[in-house]
Design a protein around this ligand. Structure first.
Ligand SMILES: NC(=O)c1ccc[n+]([C@@H]2O[C@H](COP(=O)([O-])OP(=O)(O)OC[C@H]3O[C@@H](n4cnc5c(N)ncnc54)[C@H](OP(=O)(O)O)[C@@H]3O)[C@@H](O)[C@H]2O)c1
Ligand SMILES: *[C@@H]1O[C@H](CO)[C@@H](O)[C@H](O)[C@H]1NC(C)=O
Length: 286
């Protein structure tokens, strides 16, 4: 083959691959009709949007967060949107006994579970680390240890239903960036823990699949409030991010990226560390 033809062939394969990544897997909405789903952190942001999508697909949802009043409103909207069942349970994931209590509530009310969607995060400052170790300890319980507790409690019932655990993680669980030391620690921990669990469940030929979703900046109120005036990085819509997470879980992806191009960002992460670090800092005002 001439060099040019070779280049054309390689280029086309590359383009087709990127196009495939771009389109991603397709969701069969029917597969979610009647599905029993527990979504955490669903009183606001991406979790709330996931609840609405799931309701529209006719799923049975249990949502949780701390604020009971807001949960009540989200549940009412879910019922209007077509949820087969929509229930809430108020809980604080900083409380070590709440994660188990929430899963037991969902399993009890829905008669089992098909999806455990772990999404909640506790508030954390978007600022330079001020030496506060206690905050990180607290955040580790909320953002990380509670995920383990819920996964542990849900695994037996997910095994029976051939269900899935969906972990909402972040690019900040893959790359280091300023102003997020406690938060990024909890996300790195999640990727490490659930990445290991994926291997172990596969080796044991478990019925349970785990999906880890890596999100870039999303335009939720809490995130926008934090980055205001500090960075101009483009934020992507919460509703689309929510649909992406549901699709990835329902099609049993091992790992998924939203927006998709961050997959390539993490691939080349370690190629040019000097330029990577310079450019990351360039995006933040200080
Ligand atoms: N937004 C982004 O830019 C972005 C980027 C990458 C990854 N992500 C990930 O996407 C997920 C959702 O983010 P988001 O922006 O939608 O968050 P969010 O809008 O701040 O919502 C957080 C949710 O967690 C709940 N929550 C907070 N503290 C809690 C506690 N102690 N116990 C139980 N629930 C608690 C909140 O409700 P209550 O206050 O009622 O408890 C709320 O429902 C997170 O895992 C986040 O790391 C987000
Ligand atoms: C996995 O699914 C099969 C078939 O539905 C079932 O017989 C088996 O008990 C499940 N495994 C566990 C550990 O629950």
């Amino acid at each position: 083959m001439k060099a040019f033809t070779k280049l054309l062939v390689v280029g086309s394969i590359g383009a087709a691959f990127v196009a495939f990544q771009w389109s991603g897997p397709t969701l069969d909405p029917e597969s979610l009709k009647g599905a029993r789903v527990l979504v955490t952190g669903a009183s606001a942001g991406i979790g709330e949007q996931m609840a609405y999508h799931l309701a529209g697909f006719g799923a049975q949802v249990v949502i949780t967060a701390r604020r009971e009043k807001v949960l009540q409103q989200v549940v009412e909207k879910c019922q209007v949107l077509g949820a087969q069942k929509a229930l809430y349970i108020a809980a604080d994931m900083a409380n070590p006994s709440d994660p188990e209590r929430v899963v037991k509530f969902a399993v009890d009310k829905l008669g089992g579970l098909d999806y455990l969607v772990l999404n909640h995060i506790g508030p954390s400052p978007f600022a330079m680390w001020d030496g506060d170790v206690e905050h990180t300890r607290w955040l580790m319980q909320v953002n990380f240890l509670s995920y383990l507790q819920m996964a542990k409690t849900a695994l037996p019932t997910l095994d029976q239903s051939k269900g899935s655990i969906v972990v909402v993680s972040s690019l900040l669980g893959k790359m280091c960036s300023p102003f997020v030391a406690p938060y990024t620690s909890t996300k790195f921990a999640l990727n490490g823990f659930f990445g290991t669990l994926q291997h172990e469940l596969a080796m044991q030929r478990s019925n349970v699949s785990i999906t880890i979703c890596i999100l870039g900046l999303i335009d939720t109120d809490s995130a926008m409030e934090k980055v205001k005036g500090i960075t101009n990085i483009q934020a992507w819509p919460a509703s689309e991010a929510a649909l992406h997470i549901i699709t990835s879980g329902a099609t049993q992806q091992t790992e998924s990226y939203y927006p998709w191009f961050w997959y390539y960002g993490t691939l080349i992460r370690d190629w040019f560390p000097y330029f990577r670090d310079i450019s990351i800092r360039y995006f933040y005002k200080y």
